[in-house]
Design a protein around this ligand. Structure first.
Ligand code: CA
Length: 676
């Protein structure tokens, strides 16, 4: 409802294509050596493609980190999964990754992801021993290891950060020491195995806590333990912190300042960036640039991904589901273009602080394509799904059942383990790769029709998306749709299918009654409302009459009033309205509220909405407090049958006087609509 703007708007999302998923042409040169000895970041062999268009990323450093989280690989292989190169030959997946430009492998580490009987919780059962197995293979393939300590026995993220079982009864100080010892022993194990550890994360998506600790002092105790141990065992490795939700940049500023206040010793401020949820690249660039400048840290995207198909192949639903869509088509080119544009942002738009991007988890493919029944046995036995029933004793709220891969449509391998052409993007960004332009998908348009607008037509073109991510408007044919019927039916949303250049396309059409009230939801400050505040001379500790973000009906703001316990509240608010045609109108607004304690007495409230014509009230509606409700349930008040003419002076308003101590409430969403 916030978008009830004056102008008809056309916004776009992208339709995900089913086409173009299967046939990839490979011209991959097979000159890469398999006995990797170099830890240099540059790909060891020349990567090329006849079908994948990759725009060059300027200024890409040789040592830029192209990471791949591959934590599930050992459990997948135990479940029978094999990986195949472009020529169809079975090959070590780490060799395939390395040959296509990946130079870092990330692995999550849980302290003890097993129940009392030794059954794994799932998610690859990734303890330090699994990390060692992965690290040995990564090092052999010439890649460095990024160790991602969750400091938990299972998944840690913004919603959960449970302490390991062994730390459950410790004080925060004791946990900090235990973390130091645990990190030191774990890293020493990797060092003794001659694994090339390049970076260590002290916590995973630690927005709200770590190891069961939520205060910043106690969080610092854990992170500091991890950092000190890393400096001791791998003095050349980078220490990284990791947060999620860059779309709320004020949180990142706050967290970075807390780390600085406690003087945490770290090098890299890392973030997750899932484009479906985490805001724009402009926003990402802006917040990372700011943190790099203020705190002198390197920055990095520690997790990202993009779907190359809507299809689910393991009978366990994906985070990006079958009806989802995004900014790029869900194709191999869409996946590659996401990686290319994200990399370009980190390389060229972070004030030289960006050191890498890491994908999550491009190898977590299906354990089988026959049936859920077959797969569930493997997820349970080998921990190759994201959770198993054995985790219930530790994590019963979210996990604790047998689930599979939720990202098998975001991998760089198909359901049978064969590498996808899109993986080559990592090895081709430095120089770029120009191929023939080919239509790859089409944008799904979003349009708004106001019911009074009899001239509205469905859009005649949509944007075709090419494999280089360029876009061009092309004609579209929509299925039959009765605009007049939709106009008569009033507020609603319709999904209209069509065809454009051979691609299926879907229009989201919002039908809205036009609202003649300006700034109806207080999203743009107070103008052009005129407010007279009761006790205006005493506004402050005892009274409030102001726009706040506490209880918005729509958008982010509402007009809030409050009086302290021994005082009463009140104000008058109105605005003059311009209409264009004579006709029958209706006026409404939303109100909720109450008193400091107990049930408000309706007799002590003098509240009404009104419409004035030429400064005389022509109609009123009585209103009363309706208690607290986020949705303003029972809190909409309506005047109908207003005969208005553009030649008149028209004013809408509300009078509110609550003569009972401790009155409070909010008003929002004032509407004046023409009745067709
Ligand atoms: Ca799945």
């Amino acid at each position: 409802m916030k978008g009830l703007a004056k102008h008809i708007s056309l916004l776009f999302s992208v339709f995900a294509l089913a086409a173009c998923g299967g046939t990839s042409v490979s011209t991959d040169s097979t000159s890469g050596s398999t006995d990797a000895t170099s830890s240099q970041a540059a790909p060891k062999n020349k990567v090329s493609s006849e079908s994948l268009y990759v725009k060059k990323v300027d200024n890409l450093p040789n040592d830029f980190i192209f990471g791949m989280d591959a934590s599930s690989v050992p459990s997948l292989e135990k479940s029978g999964v094999k990986f195949y190169d472009f020529d169809g030959s079975e090959k070590d997946v780490f060799e395939i990754l390395s040959h296509n430009g990946v130079n870092y492998i990330r692995v999550r580490v849980w302290n003890d992801p097993f129940d009392a009987e030794g059954h794994g919780y799932g998610g690859g059962n990734c303890d330090i021993n699994v990390a060692k197995e992965i690290g040995l293979r990564a090092t052999k393939a010439g890649m460095k290891l990024l160790v991602d300590f969750h400091y938990s026995d299972f998944w840690a993220d913004p919603a959960k950060y449970q302490a390991p079982k062994a730390w459950a009864n410790m004080s925060a100080e004791e946990k900090g020491e235990a973390c130091y010892e645990y990190t030191k022993q774990s890293l020493q194990l990797l060092k003794d195995a001659k694994i090339d550890v390049g970076m260590v994360q002290v916590g995973n998506e630690t927005n709200n806590g770590i190891a069961g600790e939520t205060t910043w002092l106690n969080r610092w105790r854990i992170m500091d333990g991890g950092s000190r141990a890393t400096r001791e065992v791998f003095p050349d490795a980078l220490v990284a912190v990791h947060f999620a939700n860059p779309e709320k940049p004020q949180n990142y500023e706050n967290w970075a300042s807390k780390l600085a206040y406690y003087e945490l010793d770290y090098d890299v401020f890392g973030t997750s960036y899932y484009p479906y949820w985490h805001g724009t690249l402009d926003n990402l660039s802006s917040i990372l640039t700011k943190i790099a400048g203020e705190y002198g840290k390197k920055t990095m995207v520690l997790e990202t991904s993009y779907a190359n198909t809507n299809e689910d192949t393991d009978f366990y639903g994906n985070t990006i589901g079958e009806s989802a869509s995004g900014e790029y088509p869900f194709t191999l080119s869409g996946q590659a273009n996401h990686m290319r544009n994200l990399t370009d942002t980190i390389v060229n738009r972070t004030n030289n602080s960006g050191i890498g991007v890491c994908y999550w988890e491009g190898t977590w493919i299906s354990v089988g394509t026959n049936s859920w029944e077959e797969n569930v046995e493997k997820w349970k036995e080998y921990g190759s799904g994201w959770t198993s029933e054995y985790s219930a004793s530790y994590e019963s709220e979210d996990a604790g059942y047998n689930g599979g891969s939720a990202v098998d449509n975001q991998c760089f391998f198909d359901k049978n383990g064969k590498v996808l052409e899109s993986l080559k993007v990592f090895g081709m960004m430095a120089e770029g790769n120009v191929t023939e332009l080919r239509a790859d998908g089409v944008e799904n348009p979003v349009a708004t029709m106001y019911t009074y607008d009899s001239a509205f037509q469905l859009p005649s073109t949509v944007n075709l998306i090419y494999n280089d991510n360029s876009r061009k408007a092309v004609p579209v044919t929509w299925d039959a749709f009765d605009l007049e019927q939709a106009r008569a039916a009033g507020n609603n949303t319709y999904y209209i299918k069509g065809v454009s250049d051979g691609f299926d396309v879907e229009l989201t059409l919002h039908v809205l009654e036009y609202n003649f009230i300006q700034n109806y939801s207080f999203e743009d400050g107070i103008d052009p409302w005129h407010v007279t505040k009761r006790n205006a001379d005493k506004i402050g500790d005892s009274y409030k009459n102001e726009i706040t973000n506490e209880n918005p009906k729509s958008g982010d703001f509402a007009y809030h009033f409050w009086a302290s316990a021994s005082n009463t509240a009140g104000f008058d608010m109105e605005q003059d309205v311009t209409i264009e045609t004579a006709g029958t109108y209706k006026y409404s607004f939303c109100l909720m509220g109450g008193i400091a304690s107990g049930t408000p007495d309706p007799e002590k409230q003098d509240i009404y909405g009104y419409v004035k014509v030429n400064d005389e009230i022509v109609k009123k509606v009585d209103a009363k407090f309706t208690g607290y409700s986020k949705t303003y349930e029972n809190g909409t008040f309506l005047i109908e049958g207003l005969e208005l003419d553009p030649s008149q002076k028209i004013t809408v308003g509300i009078h509110l006087f609550a003569n009972e101590s401790g009155s409070w409430g909010d008003v929002d969403d004032f509407m004046l609509n023409i009745v067709l």
